[in-house]
Design a protein. Structure first.
Lengths: 409, 337
């Protein structure tokens, strides 16, 4: 050994574990309205402050303030609120259905509903999103039929994906919702390819992709950013930073050293860091990036700073790895509550209307579950056996013909 | 018709498809201005434009992910992976995405991509420019794997692959690019000039995927091969003096099982020849299929001749490479039983 100091390995740890007080002292949260909103034509090198701050519109008094205020109509905001509330009602009901043994698996998007809802409404029909499994609100905002979602979750005879996918790994082409997979990150580059194809075809459609903060460590993330940067792909690339990748805190993905939005700087594309629990801020940032993409200015990386308020899935218990009250004390609040309070503050909404909408949505979800249950829950009903062999290839080869015969015998 | 070597016929297939279908585009490492390290895309950028044939970052995973996204949009990308040895960073994209997209989306999305990649040895490329990874793709449900053995087939199979709505791995035996190498490495290098399958139509035609070619008819034994090994097999059969039937599989997925079965039932003997390592190689699947379907017609156990179960060794290229002599031994063995 030399006389040099001994090296020591650093392993990041979260501020608080179960039984400890949640601590958010490390978070720097600027006031709503404090961050500048540059022109969409601004060159990337003039935007390098944006990845290190936090774009917010809704302030502590529930007003929409500052240059990022998208000034949405009441109708649009209520549509967004409805999609978020429907997502929550659906998640609660279907999570319970899992506990009742009606399906094998479920994942909630609780706390993150503003993201899919705002982005789904901010983008156009014909644009394509490449979702993660936590943006159900995208489909809710576009009125995807509830019963079809439940049929998929129950893998029953009317499952639109013919019983081939784990519950909630939906695909909904007509709703601008690309096929989900359980392999995280592997579709991030597809969004870039899709966007490049749109540009190649001189189309006017753009793509929007999601990846979790934990998955930014995968090569897929960096490959996609490289291609998006090199070919100026018309794509909005979103990192949903919900602080937790199953039980690993964001520090394990590098959050202690920099922001996820700041990864954009190395690729020469704009990076925006946005309060993901602020429906209006998410909308505004998405619209900014979408306008940039539509005007041939290329890709933007948006970090949506949020909090995964529930477990990763039905298979984990978050109180085993983080303080039980971390979610309820999250300093950026709850996205549904914040938009609701804003609507009330502007005088277009009240508790009564809210309760009545919540009840209406709950009834709609119950009705959808009931209808799907009539067809059958998991194992009680399934698509015809030939569906196991369909769509492996466009046409069966002899193996599939023989094996279908064999499975029927 | 024009005389073409395999590089020229592949270039011609790409040229024809770029001209015929605006949805076809090519990208990969060094494929643009330079025309590819093996010249397969020579002059295609100049002729069809920058956007139809362009360079990609050194990122095989990124290349295939991008191609899948383009395919999902509705294009027919033909990405190149410079050497099949380098395809592994893209393996997740090929397995978890390209191969599964149609199935898992209930037919809503699919990836009509054709991944061209030079493969195989005999060029003193060492471990990282010589491997034959076809079996790992054949195992992946949802991928097609095509391997031509001559210029005519290469063009027709490549056009059929590009027009196919399923993802295709198109492996080009790089030792065959310039001539029909038969494994006699100590003899003068042959070019494609004058070869019957080096006469190639200049326009559009296809060779269907999943249809094997009977290269040589025979009564005594059946030899199954593809790629470079088709030519090695012809040499081995000639050297053995045995009247063997030689089948060029052309694609291993889809596989022309009927042609194989018909031949083995006729000859009662079967030798499988491939360049890839033997253990877990595609020969194992072929052997099982022949055994399952022809057991009562077999006069001898099925023999496999393949690369040894070692990495591809540079100095020992000709010890590793399954040349005609090893096929002669195997043919003699099945004839003795």
């Amino acid at each position: 050994m030399s006389n040099r100091a001994k090296l020591s390995l650093y392993v990041p740890e979260p501020n608080a574990r179960p039984g400890e007080q949640p601590s958010f002292d490390h978070l720097e949260i600027p006031a709503a309205g404090a961050v500048r909103c540059p022109d969409i034509g601004a060159p990337e090198h003039e935007l390098r402050d944006l990845p290190y701050t936090l774009i917010r519109v809704l302030d502590e008094q529930d007003a929409a303030v500052g240059p990022w205020n998208p000034k949405l109509s009441t109708d649009r905001m209520i549509k967004g609120l409805r999609a978020m509330m429907l997502t929550r009602a659906f998640d609660d009901r279907l999570f319970r259905a899992h506990r009742q043994g009606k399906t094998s698996f479920y994942m909630k998007s609780t706390g993150e509903e503003a993201i899919g809802a705002a982005q789904s409404l901010a983008l156009d029909q014909g644009d394509m999103s490449f979702p993660t499994y936590r943006v159900l609100s995208w489909l809710m905002a576009r009125d995807y039929p509830l019963t079809d979602l439940v049929n998929q979750i129950f893998n029953n005879a009317k499952d639109p994906l013919q019983g081939r996918q784990l519950p909630i790994l939906y695909s909904a082409r007509d709703y601008g919702f690309y096929s989900l997979s359980g392999n995280v990150g592997s579709r991030f580059g597809h969004a870039v390819g899709w966007a490049m194809a749109s540009a190649y075809s001189e189309d006017d459609k753009i793509a929007l992709a999601y990846i979790g903060e934990g998955t930014t460590a995968e090569g897929d993330f960096h490959e996609a950013l490289t291609f998006a940067s090199v070919y100026h792909a018309p794509v909005v690339l979103c990192v949903t930073n919900n602080q937790w990748a199953i039980s690993s805190f964001a520090g394990i993905a590098g959050a202690e050293e920099t922001t996820f939005a700041a990864k954009a700087i190395g690729y020469g594309i704009p990076g925006l860091r946005v309060d993901g629990n602020d429906f209006l801020a998410v909308w505004a940032a998405t619209q900014w990036a979408a306008e940039r993409a539509r005007s041939n200015r290329g890709a933007t990386l948006i970090e949506l700073f949020t909090y995964r308020a529930e477990g990763h899935s039905t298979s984990d218990d978050p109180t085993k790895y983080r303080p039980a009250d971390e979610a309820s004390t999250w300093p950026l609040g709850d996205p549904v509550e914040r938009l609701k309070r804003h609507l009330i503050a502007t005088g277009v909404w009240d508790e009564e209307k809210h309760a009545s909408l919540a009840s209406e949505l709950d009834i709609a979800v119950r009705a959808a579950v009931k209808e799907a249950e009539k067809i059958g829950t998991l194992g009680k009903s399934k698509p015809p056996i030939e569906q196991m062999f369909e769509d492996v290839f466009e046409e069966h080869d002899w193996r599939l013909v023989e094996q279908l015969r064999e499975v029927r015998d | 018709m024009a005389a073409m070597n395999m590089i020229q016929s592949i270039n011609s297939a790409l040229d024809v498809m770029l001209a015929r279908d605006p949805k076809v585009l090519i990208f990969g490492e060094d494929v643009g201005y330079f025309g590819g390290v093996f010249r397969a895309t020579d002059k295609l950028q100049e002729k069809h434009g920058l956007k139809r044939c362009f360079d990609a970052p050194i990122s095989e995973g990124g290349i295939i992910a991008t191609a899948i996204g383009m395919g999902a949009y509705g294009l027919r990308p033909v990405p190149e992976i410079q050497f099949a040895d380098y395809i592994l960073p893209a393996f997740d994209q090929l397995v978890s995405e390209a191969a599964r997209l149609r199935y898992r989306s209930g037919g809503e999305f699919w990836a009509p991509i054709t991944v061209r990649s030079p493969y195989g040895g005999g060029i003193f490329g060492g471990q990282t420019h010589s491997q034959s990874p076809e079996a790992i793709f054949a195992h992946i449900t949802g991928l097609k794997t095509v391997i031509p053995s001559n210029p005519y087939d290469a063009k027709g199979l490549l056009i059929a692959s590009i027009e196919c709505n399923d993802p295709v791995i198109f492996l080009e035996p790089k030792r065959l690019y310039n001539g029909p190498f038969d494994g006699r490495h100590d003899q003068e290098v042959k070019s494609w000039a004058g070869h019957e399958h080096a006469e190639v139509p200049e326009g559009h035609y296809t060779v269907p995927l999943g249809k094997a070619a009977v290269v040589r008819e025979g009564e005594a034994a059946t030899v199954l091969a593809y790629g470079t090994m088709v030519h090695v097999a012809l040499a081995g059969i000639e050297d053995s003096g045995i009247d063997a039937e030689l089948i060029d599989l052309r694609s291993i997925v889809p596989l022309d099982i009927d042609t194989i079965i018909e031949s083995v039932k006729k000859t009662g003997r079967c030798v499988i020849l491939h360049e890839a390592s033997r253990y877990g190689g595609f020969g194992g699947e072929l052997s099982a299929l022949v055994q399952e379907r022809c057991f009562y017609w077999l006069e001898a156990p099925v023999e496999r001749v393949a690369g040894w179960d070692t990495p591809y060794p540079h100095a020992f290229e000709w010890d590793y490479f399954p040349g005609p002599k090893r096929l002669v031994n195997a043919l003699n063995k099945v004839m003795q039983d």
